[in-house]
Design a protein around this ligand. Structure first.
Ligand SMILES: *Cc1c(COP(=O)(O)O)cnc(C)c1O
Length: 416
C-alpha cells in the first residue's frame, strides 16, 4: 500500500507502527473503519468531556456554520462570542472579568505570558522573569515549551527557549520546600508564576494538595507576582469541580482554558484576565494595546460549540455524572491497587493514575509495549512512561469502566 503523506504528532514513523483509521465516534466509543469498537479511556487526549458527537454540540456547529462561519475579530464582534464571553464571566471566578480568545491550549498559554509581561511593561516596572514548576507542561509552542519541563522532547529547541526560574514539585511532605523556593523567586520580583492546579498532566499525572495550591497563590499575592492557572487539562470538571482552583478557594490573575471548552468537539481556547491586567493595556496610546491575534480568533462555529457546552453544563446533571465517575474510578483503583506491580495509585476527581513496576532500564520500552497491547485489546490508553492513567469522558458506563480496568490487569500481567 502507498504510504500516507501524513506526518503524525508524537509519532516515530521510522518504527512503522500501525495507525488505525477511525470512521466515527459516539459517547465513549470509537469505531474504526474496519468495524472495531474501541473504548476511549483518555477522552481523546483529555478533550472530550460529555462524550463524542454530543447531539447538542453537533447541532450548534451545523447551525452556526450555515449562518456566520468566520469573521475577522479585530474591530468586529459577533453573537456567539458575546454570548460565550458573558457565559464564561458568569461561570468562572468573579475577578476574571476579561476574555481573550485563541485556538489551543498552547496559544492560551502564550497569550497569558504576553499579558503578564505587558502588564509589567505598561506599569513601568521591570519584571520579566517567569516562575514555573518542575515537571510542568503548558504546550508545544516555543513560549509554552520554555515554561514547561525540559527533556528529550524539546532538546533540539533548547537553545531558543527562554530562561525561567523553576521550583520543585510540592510532593507529599516536601510542600514547604516548594513554597520557600516560590517565595524566594517572588521576592526577587518575578513577573508571573504559571502552574497546573492540583495535577501536573503530561509531567506524569503528579498530584498535590489544594492546601499547597492555596499557599502558592498567597505567596504570589504577597509579592504582586501574577498567578497564572493553566487549567487547560484540569478545567471543565476533570478534578471533580468545574475548576481545580475552586478546591483551594482561590482565584488566579490569569486563567487558561481550552480542552473541554467546546466539550472537546472543535478547537478553541480562552485566556481570562483580571481587570488590573486588562487595565494595564487600556490607554489612549495605541502602543499599549495587546498585540496578539490569530486568523481564527473567536471563530463563530467554535464559539457556538462552546455555547452548547455551557448549555449542557446548565441543563444536564454534569456534576452528578462527574461525582459518580469519580466514585466508580475510586472503586476500580482500590481493587487494582492490590496488584503487586501497581505502585503509587492516586486519584484526583475523574482521573486515576499509577506506576507499573519500579525503576527504569527495561521500563524504557514499557510504554510502547503497553500501548500496543491496549490497542490490540481495543482500549485507547496511552501510558506516560510507566505511568498508566485513566481519564474517560463523563458519559462512560460502569460496564465500559470495568472493561478498561480488566484490560489494564491483563496488560500489566503480560508485561511484568
Ligand atoms: C494539553 C495542554 C496544553 C496544550 O494544549 P494544546 O491544545 O495541546 O496546545 C497546555 N497546558 C496543559 C496543562 C495541557 O494539558
Amino acid at each position: 500500500m502507498k504510504e500516507s503523506p501524513i506526518w503524525h504528532p508524537f509519532t516515530q514513523h521510522g518504527l512503522g507502527e500501525p495507525i488505525p483509521t477511525l470512521a466515527r465516534a459516539e459517547g465513549a466509543i470509537l469505531h474504526t473503519s474496519d468495524g472495531q469498537q474501541i473504548i476511549d479511556a483518555i477522552s481523546s487526549w483529555w478533550v472530550t468531556t460529555h462524550g463524542h458527537a454530543h447531539p447538542r454540540i453537533a447541532a450548534a456547529i451545523a447551525e452556526q456554520a450555515a449562518v456566520l462561519d468566520q469573521i475577522i475579530f479585530a474591530g468586529w464582534t459577533h453573537g456567539p462570542a458575546e454570548e460565550l464571553a458573558n457565559g464564561l464571566r458568569a461561570l468562572m471566578p468573579e475577578s476574571l472579568t476579561r476574555v481573550f480568545f485563541s485556538d489551543s491550549g498552547s496559544t492560551s498559554v502564550e497569550v497569558a505570558l504576553k499579558m503578564a509581561l505587558g502588564y509589567w511593561l505598561h506599569r513601568g516596572e521591570a519584571r520579566h522573569s517567569v516562575v514555573v514548576m518542575d515537571n510542568g507542561y503548558h504546550g508545544d509552542t516555543i513560549g509554552a515549551m520554555s515554561v514547561g519541563a525540559r527533556g528529550a522532547f524539546n532538546r533540539a529547541y533548547e537553545p531558543l527557549l527562554f530562561d525561567v526560574t523553576s521550583i520543585p514539585f510540592p510532593s507529599h511532605g516536601a510542600e514547604q520546600h516548594a513554597l520557600d523556593a516560590l517565595e524566594v523567586a517572588c521576592r526577587k520580583g518575578a513577573a508571573a508564576f504559571i502552574v497546573e492546579p492540583l495535577i501536573l498532566g503530561a509531567g506524569g499525572m503528579l498530584m498535590y494538595s489544594s492546601q499547597t495550591l492555596a499557599d502558592m497563590r498567597r505567596v504570589c499575592a504577597r509579592y504582586g507576582t501574577l498567578f497564572i492557572a493553566d487549567e487547560v487539562m484540569t478545567g471543565w470538571g476533570r478534578t471533580g469541580t468545574l475548576l481545580a482552583c475552586e478546591q483551594a478557594e482561590i482565584e488566579p490573575d490569569i486563567l487558561c482554558l481550552s480542552k473541554g471548552l467546546t466539550g472537546g468537539a472543535v478547537p478553541l481556547a480562552v485566556t481570562m484576565a483580571s481587570e488590573p491586567v486588562f487595565d494595564a493595556h487600556r490607554s489612549e496610546d495605541r502602543a499599549h494595546m495587546f498585540f496578539h491575534s490569530s486568523s481564527y480568533t473567536a471563530n463563530p462555529i467554535a464559539c457556538a460549540a462552546a455555547n452548547a457546552n455551557l448549555a449542557i453544563w446548565r441543563d444536564e446533571p454534569v456534576m452528578p455524572r462527574i461525582a459518580s465517575l469519580g466514585e466508580g474510578q475510586a472503586v476500580q483503583l482500590n481493587a487494582l491497587a492490590t496488584h503487586p506491580a501497581v505502585q503509587n495509585p492516586r486519584q484526583t476527581g475523574t482521573i486515576t493514575a499509577f506506576e507499573v513496576g519500579e525503576g527504569s532500564g527495561y521500563l524504557s520500552d514499557l510504554a510502547p509495549r503497553m500501548l500496543a497491547l491496549f490497542r490490540e485489546r481495543n482500549v485507547l490508553l496511552r501510558p506516560l512512561g510507566n505511568t498508566i492513567y485513566v481519564m474517560p469522558p463523563y458519559c462512560i458506563s460502569s460496564e465500559q469502566l470495568d472493561c478498561i480496568y480488566d484490560t489494564i490487569r491483563e496488560v500489566i500481567d503480560d508485561v511484568t
